[in-house]
Design a protein. Sequence first.
Length: 303
Amino acid sequence: MVNYLILFNFIFFLATILSGGFTVSNLLRLGAKYGPLIAYGEWQRLVICIFLHGNLWHLLFNSYALYQLGHLVEGIFGQRKFLGIYFLCGLSGSVFSYFLNYQQVGVGASGAIFGLAGALFAGGMKHRNTPLNRLALNILPFIIINLVIGLAVPTIDNAAHIGGLLCGMLLGWLLPVGVSWRRWQKTVEEIAYWLTILFVGFSFLSFFTPFFGWRTTASLDDVVVFHNAFQGFLLRIENGQQVRPEEVSRLVAPDGRARSLQEKLLRFLSGSGGIALWQEIRSEFLEWREDVLKRYRGLIYER
């Protein structure tokens, strides 16, 4: 399971490169954690951001840590419990980051990885005078050093690290080590394992498939370009200048409401609707604009 997770991280890394690189706009389009968008309803970002990385070194460091710590956790707690620990800690890190670094764009598996370290540490503290206890003492410097680095480097999201670590320590203390042999325990683990996979799968499906909502995979750049161009059309019309329908048709609408505005403006340019349609377009554009400012607060500023 560890190797599959690393493979998925590399696949998303390649997808990031092919889709536009490591700009804030592209990372947001692919599901980076960003508080205002999560508050707007895009909860899936809390999960998807775990698979994204900001650069090659970020990916390589996390992949190495996941390989080392992941195999240890998988060997000690079992494959099914490992997957639950990984995603619960990753989600916990995202939630901590959401509340403590609301307007910071975040990507990476660090919260989940700190959770693995926390599970090993807490499990070792629980099972004293065992090899796991000695392993826990060896893990402690890794935890402390990386938390100190996170405090010293402003770009590192230490809130995600702490959230993942605390969740991992709780799970490491509560969960039994080894493979469960009791039937009810095996059944519970099996159900939890598949529920985790289904939840992660649904998070991706509902985020990237427009069928589940208004959202499309438009980038922040698309939103800004549409806003500026559409606002320019309205100003030109108000000043008595001509706007050609083909200019409006060439615009890429970033969401359903923008697409509706585009269609209404084309109707107005064709001579339909008159002054009532014009007032409706102006009103809806201002509402859409206000909505965009709320969604991308901190990234788009009103001028």
